[in-house]
Design a protein. Structure first.
Length: 253
């Protein structure tokens, strides 16, 4: 081990077949920025293996000053009810559906008979603030409850955008193949993707607008190159909870 900030659960011992050794970081000793380190493993047969490791301790934003979510591991994962701001209209509002989802709850628009609308000032909107360390092309995976195309002639649509870019209107049911429906039934979700360009590191706001009712949003995953293949997707990223959200979450416990 060549860095004082690397912590091992065990330093030595006898291994018969295999053993899991925990590796963590002492953040009080880790320098700011991206740091490289290595762990040296030596056995009784004089073989030596070096395992590379890194730590990333940003100078900003500080944990206690963070607004919204923060990128970690090359992604930002967000449970839909953990929005930074919710903009409703008198005729249509985003509401939380308790325990509807793989991990938390979902957000959907009520009343279910609300008229479709174009994204913008007159459409209910969920906003998710986050701090991103990387700029460039990002991929956003939006995860919804599986739904039926109950409207003749079209599917079910939502709109999505970062910051002030033009909203992308996406048909959640654009793929009407038997295979797509079978996958949504098997996984109990329907996934949709969009791509966006982030101009610079810093705070950004992801916006999701209602276009059609009947579209329950479970989760958003902003992939900046770090998402690994998995069935449930990455765990939710570290985030601060706005005061109104904190009160709402406590009332639902």
């Amino acid at each position: 081990m060549n860095a004082p900030w690397i912590i091992l659960s065990e330093w030595q011992g006898r291994i018969e077949q295999e053993k899991r050794i925990g590796v963590s970081v002492d953040w009080t000793r880790a320098p700011l920025g991206l740091q490289a380190g290595s762990i040296t493993i030596a056995g009784s047969d004089d073989q030596v293996v070096r395992v590379k490791t890194t730590s990333f301790r940003p100078a900003f934003p500080k944990r206690e000053e963070l607004q919204g979510f923060v990128q970690g591991g090359g992604y930002v994962a967000i449970e839909a009810p953990h929005y930074s701001r919710k903009l409703d209209q008198p005729s249509a509002q985003w509401e939380r559906l308790e325990d509807l989802g793989r991990e938390d709850s979902a957000m959907t628009v009520f009343p279910v008979t609300a008229e479709s609308r174009s994204p913008g000032r007159d459409a209910p909107c969920l906003e998710y603030e986050m701090y991103l360390f990387d700029a460039g092309l990002v991929r956003v995976e939006a995860i919804f409850d599986p739904t039926l195309n109950f409207v003749p002639g079209r599917g079910l649509r939502y709109a999505i955008a970062f910051d002030d870019e033009p909203p992308q209107v996406i048909d959640l049911l654009a793929d009407r193949s038997t295979e797509a429906w079978a996958t949504s039934v098997k996984d109990s979700v329907r996934k949709s993707t969009s791509t966006h360009t982030i101009a610079a590191r810093g705070y950004h706001r992801l916006k999701v607008w209602m276009v059609d009712p009947g579209v329950p949003l479970q989760k958003l995953v902003v992939d900046l190159g770090g998402v690994k293949p998995s069935y449930l997707g990455p765990p939710e990223s570290f985030h601060s909870v706005p005061r109104e959200q904190g009160e709402s979450q406590r009332s639902h416990r």
